[in-house]
Every structure is written in structure tokens, then in C-alpha cells.
Design a protein around this ligand. Sequence first.
Ligand SMILES: C[S@@+](CC[C@H](N)C(=O)[O-])C[C@H]1O[C@@H](n2cnc3c(N)ncnc32)[C@H](O)[C@@H]1O
Length: 311
Amino acid sequence: MNATTQLVRPWYLATNKGRTACLVNVQAELLLATLPDASIDLVITSPPYCMGKEYEKSTSADDFLENHRRIFPEIVRVLKSGGSMCWQVGHHVKDGVAIPLDALVYLAAMDFPELVLRNRIVWTFGHGTHSPRRFSGRHENILWFTKGDDYTFDLDAVRIPQRYPGKRHYKGKHKGKLSGNPLGKNPGDVWDIPNVKARHVEKTKHPCQFPVALPRRLIKALTTPGAMVLDPYVGSGSSAVAALLEGRNFIGCDIKRPYLSIAKRRLKKLETGTLEVRADAPPSEPNASQSVAQLPSRWRKLRKKTSAADI
Ligand SMILES: C[S@@+](CC[C@H](N)C(=O)[O-])C[C@H]1O[C@@H](n2cnc3c(N)ncnc32)[C@H](O)[C@@H]1O
């Protein structure tokens, strides 16, 4: 056993229906160093954005790129051929200047000819801070790469209902026949999934949780049951929860023990069937009869006087 392996001990092990999730309290580089070559089917993560959050010292996009240049050789090494890597990032915003972090992730990934970008998924959501001098940020991205061309993609596992399921071909040899897929349509590359803010059922004390529905959809589409999923920046354990819910195995790490404790609590609740997880369903429509959904009359008058009158 070498020194690195000794440091990297499971901090918490959860089981659910014969699958295992292992949480480790180390930095990503250390965990990766102990993983065998080609042992992971899917890496899914949201890394630190280097914006000086409570869990990061760095505040520069240069550091973000450097971190990725350091970690990607190891990510590619542990990923199986045919496996996938999904990187969820937003923007690095400082003094009103925005840098799209997925551009930097793409740059770092392109050092590896075996990584092929399949989709740049736009994750859009309704809530966030209001920016007085820019359009308020309401999306982040997920870059989905595969290692090689012979990869797993189970579209049927993630189809969504069509808006017009009764639509028929209007010309050609199939004229008059139903034109859609009976199992639903491809969800596309713009995903409207509520982000985890104060009133979300999944909200914990972690400052940047992603909703379980996000990794869950990717796990369903990009792996088969029993696969091994890795999140090197596990935070509150959303990806671990998603993996166990879908009958996949999981390994992940975080440098902050309080976050791992949140993840542990969530996994324990999952084991006892008491964890609340929001279904992968579209955001609910406002109830027009609630006063909060109605335009205050003073605002109506004000809008009439301004160019905002027609909204
Ligand atoms: C954006 S958050 C991930 C949140 C997670 N997706 C969730 O749903 O809770 C990034 C996490 O990376 C952790 N972190 C920062 N630097 C790290 C490092 N070098 N190795 C492992 N974890 C690190 C932070 O403590 C933080 O919890």
C-alpha cells in the first residue's frame, strides 16, 4: 500500500438495493491517483468555479484552467473507453465581466484527442440573483464528452412527453401515420430544471448544490445499471443520490467534511426511503388565482406610463 492509498480511505459507505456509494474526504487529485485505469463509466461533476466561494481560495479564471489542465489527464486515464465525462459549469463573473467556464473546460479537454464533445447542454432555470447592469444569468452549461466513438447512449431512458403526441406525417409515404416516437421525444439540449434555491425540497446548507434530476438524467442516458459513476467534487452528494436511485455504483470526494456530512445524511435518508427528491418534471406553472401571481394595480398603472406597458 503506498502513501496515497493509505490517505484515501472511505469516509462513508452507503448501500442501496445492492449498489454502493463511497465518499472520501480528500482532494480530487488524491482520489484520482488511487483509481485504476479504465475503472469509471461516467464522470459527472460541477467543479469549483474559482470565484472565492467559502470552499475555494482562488478567484481567477486562470486558476480554473490550470486546475483542469492538472486534473484532466487523470480523469481521462480512469475513464473507460466508451465512457462519458459531463462537466457542469456556469460563468466566472467578476466586477460585471463574464467568462464562460465551459470554454475553458473545452480548451483543457481538447488536449486529449480521445475526448469527443457530443453536446453542450444548456441548463436553464428560473431563479437567481438580479443583475442591474447585465441580463440576469439564468443558465449554465454541461459539456458532455465521450471517450472514443463506441459509447453508451440510451435515449429511450430519458425521452419526455411530446407537446403534440397525435401529430401525423402530412406528406410522403408515411402520410397520415403518427410521426412521433411512442415512448416520447428526445429531450433536446436545453433542459429546464429548477435550480436548488431556498424552497426546493432538496435544499441543504451547501451553497451550490445542483438538483438530483440533472445528474440523474445523464446517468440514465449514459450508463447501464451497475455502472461506476465518479464525482471528484461531490459537495452535498447530489450525484451520489442520483447514482444510487438509478441502481449505479458511485465514488466521490470532497475536501470539506461538513459537505460530506450533508451527503452522508442524504444517503442515509435514501437508504431508509425518507429522502425527498424532486422528480425530473418541468417547472410548475404559477397558479393564477394566487395573489402572488397577480400584477399589483399600482404596477399596472406605472407600466401603462412606460415602454413596459405591453408586458
Ligand atoms: C460546485 S460544488 C459541487 C456541488 C455538488 N454538485 C452538489 O450538488 O452539492 C464544488 C465542491 O468541490 C469541493 N472542492 C473544492 N476543491 C476541491 C478539491 N481540490 N478536491 C475535491 N473537492 C473540492 C468544494 O468543497 C465543493 O463542495
